[in-house]
Unconditional design. Structure first.
Length: 522
């Protein structure tokens, strides 16, 4: 019997454990079916990163807010660097001793006695019990999303999901490979397989590409700040920004990188620039331009011979292998839990059916990173567990709010919400959680014009949400991180300069308007 049990020893589960311990809540156990902690970042687990995996989010958004990443790390670290970083984090906060690996949860039941209010987790050898349960086993846990379209039944070659890459990769030589889906994973696989095979990539609904960087040391995902966020969310709206930046050939993405960030007609999408999940592995565009990889649209027909495939653009080709890079089903790996417990989740975290059950790491931001958001989630989860969920709304109120959030998600991400059921705007989502845990500092609290300038005009960052921390050391770390981002990173310096020009221009325009009004009155 434990007070709290966490399922999953990936970074999301470790975040929850760490924040519980910081709140003097030590009666915590983590169970994980994998042989090692750190989830997908440990290549000995399954699923996991692949030998050639680098982060697609810059190190800013992979950095833990109160545990700085080593200065010598590159802007997009290799998976081995991330694993070392997470290991040092776990050692720093003494987390490993709470983990039991090689323990698979087979079934979860809630005690029938309402007074007991206890969860029972059945495994092959033992039954574990707890008052609070956190599920943090991730969206890639035993839930590959394999298309069920009848058209694929005709194909007589080899078919497998990217989740099984390690099983099939050695047999792929001199093959005609069709990759279904255009994602960061599919781009990585295409680059690997093109060396010994003929590779074609198919996108059914189109996709946006976002370049990883502006220069070697200037990540593109840092080209956003709180000032721009205010302009977009409070003044222009996303549609106007999409027109100005996303679809404007004079000054927008089309001018820099081609329509939708790639210029491939077969991969066009009508999804808005800020209303879609971005693929950041834009190196694939160079391979396509060289003819090393082919780009096609969706499948129209697979012919009776089981090899020939005709695409919507009329092209017909023969293939030996189909690889599904179609992601993972949201919550598809939760076969051990009754669906009623996650039918409605309050803010993608708390079960509306039973708030003693919470989820960490299931959100998908269209930019930034999952770890950044799961760290914010873990702070809220720890707060509620330690306060016995006294600050959450009633079950009915949470369900209504969850429904409103779903409607908003459908409006904001109309092309992605079905496949990525937990996609969110990371900036709004972080602000929402910060408001729940008193992590938004007031201007009076900061009382530092230089710091305020860095916060609002330099790259958007999550270190800001540590400035209210009760621990002075964490506040100092946040300030150092914010200043470092503002004064050392080329992207942050650029966006700071652009923001300053915009502000000065607006002030000049306002002064001219005022002068015109005064002259008219005279």
């Amino acid at each position: 019997m434990r007070n709290t049990i966490i399922i999953g020893s990936g970074i999301s589960g470790l975040f929850v454990l760490k924040h519980l311990k910081e709140n003097n809540h030590h009666d915590v156990l983590i169970l994980d079916k994998n042989p090692n902690p750190f989830g997908v970042w440990n290549k000995e687990n399954h699923p996991s990163v692949l030998p050639f995996t680098y982060t697609v989010s810059s190190k800013l958004y992979m950095t833990i807010s109160d545990f700085p990443m080593p200065k010598h790390y590159p802007e997009f670290p290799h998976h081995s660097d991330i694993l070392k970083y997470y290991l040092s984090y776990a050692k720093k906060f003494d987390l490993i001793k709470h983990i039991k690996n090689n323990v698979e949860v087979l079934k979860i039941e809630k005690d029938a006695d309402a007074d007991a209010d206890v969860w029972h987790l059945h495994t092959e050898k033992h039954t574990y019990s707890c008052k609070n349960l956190v599920i943090a086993c991730g969206t890639v846990n035993n839930s590959p999303n394999i298309p069920t379209d009848s058209v694929f039944a005709k194909f007589k070659g080899t078919k497998f999901h990217a989740d099984d890459f390690k099983i099939h990769s050695s047999a792929l030589k001199d093959k005609r490979i069709l990759i279904i889906g255009v994602s960061d994973t599919s781009c990585d696989l295409a680059e690997v397989f093109k060396k010994q095979n003929s590779v074609t990539m198919s996108s059914n609904r189109g996709v946006w590409f976002q370049n990883r960087n502006w220069g070697a040391y200037a990540p593109a995902d840092m080209f956003y700040n709180r000032f721009i966020d205010f302009i977009i969310k409070k003044i222009t709206g996303k549609k106007a920004f999409d027109y100005i930046v996303g679809r404007n050939w004079v000054m927008g993405v089309g001018l820099w990188w081609g329509e939708n960030g790639h210029g491939i007609k077969e991969w066009r999408t009508n999804s808005g620039y800020l209303n879609s999940y971005y693929v950041k592995s834009r190196d694939i565009i160079s391979s396509i331009s060289k003819g090393e990889i082919k780009a096609v649209d969706g499948i129209k027909e697979i012919h009776d011979n089981g090899k020939s495939i005709t695409f919507k653009n009329g092209i017909t080709e023969d293939f030996d292998t189909i690889i599904f890079c179609t992601g993972y089903a949201p919550f598809g790996g939760l076969k051990f839990l009754d669906k009623k417990y996650y039918k409605h989740l309050y803010k993608h975290i708390f079960s509306c059916e039973d708030p003693s059950l919470s989820f960490a790491g299931y959100v998908r931001p269209y930019l930034t990173s999952i770890p950044m958001l799961s760290e914010m989630q873990s702070r809220w989860i720890a707060q509620e567990i330690c306060n016995k969920n006294q600050t959450l709304p009633t079950s009915e109120a949470m369900i209504e709010e969850a429904k409103r959030d779903k409607d908003r998600q459908i409006r904001e991400f109309p092309h992605n919400y079905k496949r990525l059921g937990t996609i969110v705007d990371p900036y709004d989502y972080c602000n929402m959680i910060a408001s729940k845990i008193n992590a938004i500092p007031s201007w009076w609290t900061l009382f530092n014009l230089k710091l305020i300038t860095c916060i609002y005009l330099s790259s958007w960052n999550h270190h800001y949400f540590r400035l209210n921390d009760a621990n002075s050391e964490k506040r100092d770390i946040a300030i150092r991180n914010i200043n470092s981002i503002a004064h050392e990173n080329p992207t942050s310096l650029s966006i700071r300069g652009i923001s300053s020009i915009i502000i000065i221009s607006v002030i000049v325009i306002l002064l001219l308007i005022v002068k015109s009004i005064v002259d008219t009155c005279k």
